[in-house]
Design a protein around this ligand. Structure first.
Ligand code: MG
Length: 383
């Protein structure tokens, strides 16, 4: 019998890559559920091809459009709790959580509660609620396998040793489009400039997060929860070629790196096939033609997000929820040309400074911190 997967966020960048991976693994895996936010036509096209029994669309208004566009009659959930309903209804061996932003949190928590393997691309689930997700996974036996390329690299490198023997990890960052820009030039950078990522082809939100390096801040917090590390054990290094996806440094000085072409199909497939590996149609690295690989420290003045990430990882509690939500809102404001590029980190820092910190939050505290941070950043556009 084939193993069954559901894909939350199937019409996004990671979701589409997951469908390609699933196609390559079709002798072993079948897709039994797909979920999207509002892209009804794209979702219908995917569903008509894969014929899963269950679909979910978060946007209530898009549900009619979805059902009209379908050429078969699956069970369709819609509205705010549609993704959770899908996770409840579709029995499966793996939930691929690839929703962008806060929208995937409840469904991811539910998948963990059900003890599923969770292939986690939705880093926000851990940034906001790592303090709930990881203890819950320990209780239910759910396996959380990172799809984020850096964390997949760490997860793979950790197969070479014991977690208690890790000295620290080195998360690599491409440096984004502004790696060599001056502070003054970054101050007046446009949305177009920020969307020009040198190595990875990703959705717009994460591409801007790469430009500010807020993506790395989120990844520091994500790594803390995934691997149970202290903030001071998580280092960030700029590596413009995006070939080394991250490095684990063990106590004996050995550093184990995972390398490959920058292609999300590799970490997605590994999350599905772990601990086995299968052939994957990604282009291969040719070491002699690479010539050299470069590493440099991030500049804290131009990329203050890194320090924010470390501070949030040290602090825990509701800080991750505020970091994520303040950043999402600030990125929206930047995309609407309402604030400047370097204002994104300023808004996030201010929200972190001013929020009512809760040290041991429940889900409602985390959602409240999220809601507050969004309102605070929106209110203070001209602060
Ligand atoms: Mg990443």
């Amino acid at each position: 019998m084939k193993k069954r997967m559901i894909i939350l966020g199937s019409t996004g960048s990671i979701g589409k890559s997951t469908i390609e991976v699933a196609d390559g693994l079709r002798d072993e895996w079948e897709v039994v559920g797909l979920a999207a936010g509002s892209s009804a036509v794209d979702l219908a096209a995917q569903a008509d091809k894969l014929r899963p029994g269950f679909l979910a669309i978060a946007d209530e208004g898009a549900a009619t459009e979805l059902e009209r566009a379908l050429n078969y009659a699956p069970t369709v959930f819609s509205g705010e709790d549609a993704l959770v309903a899908l996770v409840n209804a579709a029995d499966c061996e793996c939930v691929v959580s690839a929703v962008v932003g806060t929208g995937g949190l409840k469904a991811t928590l539910r998948a963990v509660e059900l003890g599923r393997r969770v292939a986690l691309a939705n880093k926000e689930a851990l940034v906001i609620a790592g303090s709930l997700v990881m203890p819950l996974a320990a209780r239910t036996g759910a396996t959380v396998i990172p799809v984020d390329s850096e964390h997949s690299a760490v997860f793979q490198a950790l197969q070479a040793g014991r977690t208690e023997d890790v000295r620290r990890i080195h998360l690599t960052a491409s440096g984004g489009p502004f790696r060599t820009w001056s502070f003054d030039a970054m101050e007046s950078a446009t949305v177009e400039d920020a969307l020009r990522h040198p190595t990875w082809n990703m959705g717009p939100k994460i591409t801007i997060d790469s430009a500010t390096m807020m993506n790395k801040a989120l990844e520091i917090v994500e790594a803390k929860w995934l691997f149970g590390l202290g903030a001071d054990q998580i280092d960030v290094v700029i590596h413009p070629e995006s070939i080394v996806h991250s490095v684990v440094e063990f106590r004996d000085g050995s550093m184990i790196a995972q390398m490959g072409t920058p292609d999300m199909r590799t970490p997605i497939q590994y999350a599905l096939t772990y601990p086995a590996r299968r052939t994957c149609p990604v282009s291969r690295l040719d070491l002699p033609s690479l010539g050299q690989l470069n590493f440099e420290p991030p500049d804290p003045e131009r990329f203050p997000a890194i320090e924010l990430g470390h501070a949030v990882a040290r602090r825990g509690g509701t800080a991750g929820a505020v970091l994520n939500a303040a950043n999402e809102t600030a990125v929206e404001l930047f995309r609407a040309a309402a604030i400047g590029f370097l204002d994104i980190a300023r808004h996030v820092e201010r929200a972190l400074d001013e929020h009512d910190f809760v040290a041991a939050p429940g889900l409602s505290d985390l959602l409240e911190a999220d809601r507050w941070a969004r309102g605070e950043v929106a209110r203070c556009t001209a602060c």
